[in-house]
Design a protein around this ligand. Structure first.
Ligand code: NAI
Length: 274
């Protein structure tokens, strides 16, 4: 269902790789709500992904940008304003990658060159994106910037590896930069802490199937899907949430406030009986 919540708003959406991507669902929903945007992803991801199909479907243009490159980001922001015909109202940072995770390097045995690369891609890229937008004065007043995160930033999930540290850094950047963006440009900055979701990045985490099933059983409302996340993001881009900023917003069916659920306890007791 569409409510025209984003009519007349312009944005940039990072991170749509394939139709499972949270950014992909968000782009579809933003389009339905009347928003126009530029799609962007790392040049290498474009070859793997199906982003052209999404661009066609949503009437969007694509500008490749490696989110770790200041030069690419400057070009992206400049060109986006040209293409969209004005300043930006919303930005989705939906980017995450850990080489240690990908290559099965344990948290206690990290390759620090890989750790640094992962931090640059998954967290510092958010600072670089905001610094570029800020310096170019590219955001309209009451604009909204959202990045996606996971609760391993606050609590221990052993297999999340160095991504846990990257997410803690990302959330801190949202608060720190959000202060200056709010004070100087009336722009809000938030992170959404999303349930485990079956995407390329999500499924890369060791033991993901168990992880997602456990969260499903623990959450009173069940796991939030990628589409649910897209809808929540639309609300944060809309004028209905103008004074929500500097927040890490849990979007997880209630998981983050649970100790244990009947379903998890029953499964545990059954397992113990064996
Ligand atoms: P995805 O794999 O579809 O998206 C990750 C995106 O990051 C890809 O499009 C990839 O090309 C992009 N990317 C990687 N390196 C890049 C670079 N140097 N420059 C620009 N883009 C780059 O997976 P998903 O799950 O949609 O991930 C989106 C966000 O949601 C990530 O921040 C992820 O950590 C977060 N998240 C995912 C959860 C899950 O269980 N899938 C749970 C909570 C948060």
């Amino acid at each position: 269902m569409s409510y025209n919540l984003l009519k007349g708003k312009r944005g940039i959406i990072f991170g749509a790789l394939d139709e499972n991507s949270i950014a992909w669902k968000t782009a579809e929903r933003v389009h339905e709500e009347g928003g126009t945007f530029v799609l962007t992803n790392a040049p290498v991801a474009m070859r793997m992904g199906q982003i052209n199909a999404l661009a066609e479907k949503t009437g969007s243009q694509i500008i490749p940008a490696d989110a770790t490159s200041e030069e690419d980001l400057q070009n992206l922001v400049e060109k986006s304003m040209e293409i969209l015909g004005g300043k930006i109202d919303f930005v989705l940072h939906s980017i995450g990658m850990s080489i240690n995770v990908r290559k099965g390097k344990h948290y206690t045995d990290q390759n620090y060159a890989w750790t640094q690369k992962g931090t640059d891609v998954s967290a510092m890229s958010f600072h670089k994106t905001m610094q570029t937008l800020y310096k170019q004065d590219a955001m309209n007043e009451w604009g909204s910037i959202v990045a996606l995160t996971y609760m391993a930033a606050q609590r221990v999930f052993p297999d999340y590896n160095d991504m846990a540290d990257n997410k803690a850094y990302l959330e801190s950047i949202a608060r720190s930069f959000g202060y200056f963006f709010g004070r100087d440009k009336k722009v809000r900055v938030n992170t959404i802490s999303q349930s485990p979701t079956p995407t390329t990045a999500g499924s890369g985490v060791k033991g993901f199937d168990g992880f997602i099933a456990y969260a499903e059983k623990m959450s009173p409302l069940g796991n939030a899907t990628a589409l649910d996340c897209a809808n929540y993001t639309v609300s944060l881009f809309s004028d209905l949430t103008k004074r929500v900023t500097l927040q890490n917003l849990f979007h997880d069916g209630g998981f983050s406030n649970m100790g244990v659920s009947d379903a998890v306890m029953n499964a545990f007791v059954e397992g113990q009986d064996k």
